[in-house]
Design a protein around this ligand. Structure first.
Ligand SMILES: Nc1ncnc2c1ncn2[C@@H]1O[C@H](COP(=O)(O)OP(=O)(O)OP(=O)(O)O)[C@@H](O)[C@H]1O
Length: 237
């Protein structure tokens, strides 16, 4: 579904990603781990096509379609969607009006309940929401878009432990459920705490360091390794 090959990305005139190659098969969920500033968010932004990230080499393909030259809008139309770390507030736009405009009323009712957000649907988007509520709503908003390729930027950061469970289960469920046209989805999740790995079956993890993928493998084994050895390549690799 997603094929990234030898990707290099610049921001503000300096390289932030070098020689990134990564493949997500349909139905798969991968996690990205790495120290602050290693390029995780930049990678998601480059896939989504957000400025000011500039691809200087390599390719990103979704279902074989090269997306390097596509606009943000064209990538969204292709089915790429992202749950942002710090989304804006939208005064005057209620959650239910937003869902209605997207023709996603049924998804809203189901997923709002799963994410404990049913009481929020009449409120303006993100206005006065707590940090954890914003993160949960951001995930719900992504689901309303019915994306095929879902990019999650630290979905559990600032979220209490009970709701991390709800978020993990929701991400797992939606990833394994076909989209509105019956096509399989896939997801890429940035996590620092690794908590989400307790509640979602991830297929593969990648350690990003200094803008490069230094190691890929089993998510639980890699996270256990990081907890004792930091962001290094396991000796057995
Ligand atoms: N818009 C920008 N302008 C200038 N530098 C940027 C910009 N975006 C990212 N960078 C730089 O690129 C590098 C990678 O940043 P990025 O946000 O991708 O890291 P990250 O791995 O997601 O970090 P964190 O774990 O702290 O969220 C950092 O050195 C950052 O300062």
């Amino acid at each position: 579904m997603l094929e990234i090959s030898e990707l290099c990305v610049d921001v503000a005139g300096k390289p932030v990603l070098s020689d990134i190659s990564l493949t997500l098969q349909p139905g798969e969920l991968h996690v990205l781990l790495g120290p602050n500033g290693s390029g995780k968010s930049s990678l998601l932004a480059a896939i989504m096509g957000l400025p000011p990230y500039r691809v200087t080499g390599g390719s990103i393909r979704v279902d074989g379609v090269p997306v390097n030259d596509l606009s943000l809008r064209e990538r969204a139309a292709l089915g790429i969607g992202m749950a942002f770390q710090r989304p804006p507030s939208l005064d005057g736009v209620t959650v239910s009006a937003f869902a209605g405009a997207m023709g996603a009323g049924a998804t809203l009712a189901r997923e709002a309940a799963a994410l404990d957000l049913s009481a929020f649907v009449a409120r303006d988007m993100n206005v006065g929401f707590s940090g954890g509520e914003i993160k949960r709503w951001e995930i719900l908003k992504l689901f309303l878009q019915d994306p095929r390729l879902m990019l999650f930027d630290e979905p559990e950061s600032g979220v209490d432990l009970e709701h991390v469970i709800a978020i993990g289960q929701a991400i797992g469920r939606i990833t394994r459920t076909p989209d509105g046209q019956g096509r399989p989805r896939a997801g890429l999740v940035i996590t620092h705490t690794g908590l989400i790995l307790n509640h979602v079956e991830a297929d593969r993890a990648h350690i990003l360091k200094g803008g490069r993928i230094i190691h890929s493998g089993d998510p639980r084994a890699i996270f256990a390794h990081i907890q004792t050895h930091g962001y290094t390549v396991p000796e057995t690799a």
